[in-house]
Design a protein around this ligand. Structure first.
Ligand code: COA
Length: 242
């Protein structure tokens, strides 16, 4: 088995090798529930969720599952002080939906952050690399020599074709398809079912709308929708990609 928890990037594997058993999921929202399922499918024991929202403490995130056991602040303090993690956790899985926040948290957590979480049904080339804090959800495909950065979400049934380069903090939504050699820069959000043709460069902090077909390069900080993709929101007025 190539790749295991504790290195900075994981090189392609169909399943996850890990020594760590007790996992805290950071992010008690919808994405957190999905990441919790992936973690269980990979054999981890969940000790609970951490969340930035104090009001969520003790709330149940998933029916019948674990609840929010600690705030993000308390978790980060423990990490800063190199103390024991809350709830007896050994490692943290990142499950925050907002791209910039997730990217920053991956940096703050450092080695505490799980290397990568790959659902057993995902197909991942042995020559692909996947960075720390990234998740690859059920039925996704990451093909040969694809490079996936840190804190990336490759969502359900998304396809990242060969030789793509996906920068830190990117979210590739369900069923999006990135053809070969596509380069997506930091924190961009590729909407559900979008298609990006081969060799396209997508800038940082962009939003590609659901179902868009991208046939030309996309600059930083814009929202693009439609087939063929057209700029809906120029960079000057774009809010942060979620
Ligand atoms: C692109 C997107 C972010 C725009 O959201 P928004 O800023 O709230 O945009 P609005 O809903 O106000 O729509 C503005 C205009 O763009 C059009 N539009 C919005 N999204 C579109 C899309 N995906 N494709 C085509 N047109 C779209 C609307 O029809 C509207 O056109 P109009 O002004 O002629 O009526 C959003 O529609 C989208 O596609 N999000 C992706 C969702 C997704 O993939 N989620 C997966 C999560 S895992």
């Amino acid at each position: 088995m190539k790749g295991s928890v504790g290195v900075d990037s994981l090189q392609g594997t169909g399943s996850v090798a890990h020594q760590v058993e007790r996992l805290l999921v950071l992010g008690g929202g919808g994405h957190g529930k999905v990441v919790a399922d992936v973690a269980r499918a990979c054999g981890y024991t969940l000790v609970g969720f951490a969340d930035a929202d104090l009001a969520k403490l003790e709330t149940v995130v998933e029916p019948g599952g674990v609840h929010v056991v600690v705030t993000q602040d308390v978790l980060l303090r423990a990490v800063r002080n190199a103390g024991p993690l809350p709830a007896g956790a050994e490692r943290v899985a990142l499950a925050v939906g907002q791209n910039r926040v997730r990217q920053e948290l991956a940096q703050l957590l450092g080695q505490i952050c799980l290397t990568a979480l790959l659902h057993p049904s995902a197909v991942i080339s042995p020559s692909a690399t996947i960075g720390r804090g990234s998740v690859v959800l059920p039925m996704a495909v990451v093909n040969a020599n694809a490079t996936i950065g840190a804190a990336v979400i490759v969502n359900t049934a998304a396809v990242v074709e060969h030789d793509c380069i996906i920068a830190d903090g990117v979210h590739i939504s369900p069923r999006a398809v990135l053809a070969s050699g596509v380069h997506v820069r930091e924190r961009s959000w590729i909407g559900a079912g979008a298609t990006v043709i081969q060799g396209i460069q997508i800038g940082a902090d962009t939003v590609i709308g659901a179902g868009a077909v991208i046939i030309r390069n996309v600059p930083d900080g814009v929202t693009v929708v439609g087939n063929p993709g057209r700029i809906l929101v120029p960079a000057a007025v774009q809010p942060a990609a979620s």
